[in-house]
Design a protein around this ligand. Structure first.
Ligand code: PXG
Length: 292
């Protein structure tokens, strides 16, 4: 059976899940999205993702034509309809179709799309041996132009940085902000370990406030690992003892090189490995307790 996509509350075969070419999501990238994971049939941190989706929508003055409860239920139905227990869920809310001008007030019918599919994971050896990153010359969105806290359909700035990474043979790229400070990667947040302390850039460095990032901060606190949000530069990453990334798709993944320079001893570090294990335990306990 073909994949079923939920569009405006209706499950339809993938080939029939279409939007208008006049939709401002397509014409201008006017809309918001979320990317989340399901494990054992339960979405990890569903409420946090729905809260962030509503905040993104609020920030662009887009009213989502459903409630969080309804959308949450529709996500579960879409997973079940596709028989997916471990998968990926993409929520997309577009501005809807309008005229061939920017004016969002002339748009009607925002589209509410739920795609549940299999997830393409990074190869296992990246988790074992660690990732190689390059610093992209494309900087993260200036917060005065478009807040990086909004998970909007405008991802071109990250896509340009991702291209730079791929062309250098790296699956992720480090992005700096307009002050030259470390912000995040194209689809993942960054952490370093320095003298036993876990450090990550603050939200006001111009980053997406990652849900995996917040989960890892809470786990570190529970494990008595000192953790702080601090402004950092590329220098701090290069001289760090350990480095790793967090994201819904990547989970927790070690980084062992930046711009060809080894970080620490060039192998995934002990605190990184501890947090990877703690994260897997958290996922298991949050996603199995809800099945009982
Ligand atoms: N920074 C950026 C710019 C992101 O887009 C993260 C950090 C990590 O946030 P979470 O909440 O996931 O811990 C993201 C998340 C995809 C995809 O398919 C992208 C993300 C997550 C899942 C899937 O491109 N980005």
């Amino acid at each position: 059976m073909s994949l079923q996509v939920n569009i405006n509350g209706r499950l339809v075969p993938k080939a029939e899940a279409t939007v208008s070419v006049y939709d401002h999501g397509l014409l201008y990238g006017d809309g918001v999205f979320e990317g989340m994971r399901s494990y054992s049939g339960t979405v990890f941190q569903l409420d946090a993702h729905l809260d962030r989706l509503w905040e993104s929508a609020r920030a662009i003055a887009l009213e989502i034509p459903t409630t969080k409860e309804e959308l949450g239920r529709a996500v579960m139905e879409t997973l079940q309809a596709n028989n997916l227990s471990d998968g990926y869920v993409r929520l997309v809310i577009t501005r809807g179709s309008g005229t061939l001008g920017l004016d969002p007030t002339r748009c009607s019918n925002p589209q509410v799309i739920i795609i549940a599919d299999k997830i393409a994971l990074y190869p296992e050896e990246f988790y074992r041996d660690g990732l190689d990153l390059v610093t992209a010359s494309t900087i993260r969105n200036h917060p005065g132009a478009l807040s990086p806290r909004i998970k909007s359909l405008n991802y071109l700035n990250n896509i340009m940085a991702k291209l730079e990474g791929l062309r250098a043979g790296c699956v992720e790229a480090l992005m700096l902000n307009h002050n030259g400070e470390v912000a995040e990667c194209t689809g993942d947040n960054i952490f370093i370990v320095r003298r036993g302390r876990l450090l990550t850039p603050p939200v006001d460095a111009g980053i997406l406030e990652g849900i995996t990032r917040n989960a890892v901060i809470a786990l570190a606190e529970a494990e008595n690992i000192p953790v702080a949000e601090v402004t950092m530069t590329r220098h701090d990453v290069i001289v760090a003892d350990e480095c790793f990334l967090t994201g819904s798709a990547a989970e927790v993944i070690p980084v062992v090189r930046l711009d060809g320079r080894s970080i620490g001893d060039g192998k995934p570090g002990p605190i990184t490995e501890r947090l990877m294990k703690a994260f897997h335990r958290m996922v298991r306990s949050e996603t199995t307790s809800k099945l009982a």
